[in-house]
Design a binder for this molecule. Structure first.
Ligand code: TYM
Length: 334
């Protein structure tokens, strides 16, 4: 029997992924290569739903792909590709848009947050239909599992609703995908504002740990992370969100349960603890940064890897889209 499918996407909207992307998503992409037929895409079409520069997008798409390989995606085992290379994504998105209610799309919290930020009138229609393109990304590949952070849960629910609606109306076509959200790392928070999500669009540079950042600034940011009053290293989400976040980070990076860390640091100050968090971050990030730099130094080879990924992705997407066209009542393509 064929292996179950996994698919996820990541936006090339910054010059580096951050710790939230890495722990909440990318690490799971790597782990799921085992036992799954894996598809991972750099979602450049999603990246143009907010203001952007073409040259920056081109650069960031390559940086994003390089980071995925550097973090451990094996081009032999995983299909890593760029969304805009596979035309079927936008084609299926159109069909799904015609099945989506205005109210349904308007309830998406990410759209509400982003349109509030950019102003109701300057937010583009692309921002509004963003989750429907995401649904197309997932459904084209018949993904069973979608590794994401907690912020994507609602988009996954919409994806399932749209799949069910299409199946109900036109006959069994799409697989219903399950979100794969790992507890403990599903929402890494900002180092300066530990109740808010670490995010490339809203965190200040001091609150965000970039995967491609040098050890010096990474250490500095961790040492300056907002902590809470008191001196105890205890996991208390409500009263000590800063320490809770750092505990979650250290636990995930060193595969040590949080209670063990609480015991280890009992009676020690925040300083020793933060130093260990900083070292764990640096130890994880440094080899990935070095591999990313190597991959980016040979752009032709990187582009060849992405071309091979696009060829494999296209074969699957084209087959799904053929079925969709037929079921939805389009004439055969001449
Ligand atoms: P994006 O590019 O914003 O984020 C990429 C992944 O990182 C996760 N993430 C986090 N996880 C934990 N803590 C954080 N602070 C944190 N910040 C980000 C996100 O949940 C995401 O999994 N809409 C998607 C991109 C997308 C997609 C898809 C995902 C497009 N098509 C198809 C899955 C399947 C997004 O905004 O990702």
């Amino acid at each position: 029997m064929a292996s179950p499918r996994v698919l996820s996407g990541i936006q090339p909207t910054a010059d580096s992924f951050h710790l939230g992307n890495y722990l909440g998503a990318v690490r799971q992409y790597v782990a799921l290569q085992e036992g799954y037929d894996a598809f991972y895409c750099v979602v450049d079409l999603h990246a143009i739903t907010v203001d952007y520069q073409p040259e920056a997008l081109r650069r960031r798409s390559r940086i994003a792909a390089a980071q995925l390989f550097a973090a451990g995606l094996d081009p032999e085992r995983s299909t890593v590709f760029v969304q805009s290379h596979v035309r079927e994504h936008t084609e299926l998105a159109w069909v799904l848009m015609c099945l989506t209610g205005m109210g349904e799309a308007g309830r998406m919290t990410q759209f509400k947050d982003k349109s509030a930020k950019y102003g109701e009138s300057s937010a583009g229609v692309g921002l509004f239909t963003y989750p429907i393109l995401q649904a197309a990304d997932i459904l084209l590949y018949g993904a069973n599992k979608v590794p994401v952070g907690a912020d994507q849960k609602q988009h996954l629910e919409l994806t399932r609703d749209l799949a069910q609606r299409f199946n109900h109306r036109f006959g069994e076509t799409f697989t219903l995908p399950e979100p794969y959200i790992v507890k403990g790392v599903e929402k890494i928070t900002d180092l300066q504002e530990p109740t808010a999500k670490m995010s490339k669009s809203s965190s200040s540079p001091a609150g965000i740990l970039d995967l491609l950042e040098q050890p010096g600034p990474l250490r500095k940011k961790v040492m300056r992370a907002v902590t809470d009053t008191g001196t105890e290293i205890a996991f208390d989400e409500e009263n000590k969100p800063g320490i809770a976040n750092l505990l979650r980070i250290l636990s995930a990076l060193t595969a040590t349960p949080i209670p063990d860390l609480e015991t280890r640091y009992a009676g020690q100050g925040y300083g020793t603890f933060k130093k260990d968090v900083a070292e764990a971050v640096v130890e994880t990030f440094a080899p990935i940064r070095e591999r990313t730099e190597k991959l980016l130094a040979d752009e032709d080879e990187l582009d060849r890897l992405l071309a091979a990924g696009a060829t494999r992705a296209r074969a699957v997407a084209a087959e799904t889209m053929e079925k969709v066209r037929d079921r939805a009542g389009f004439l055969p393509t001449p």
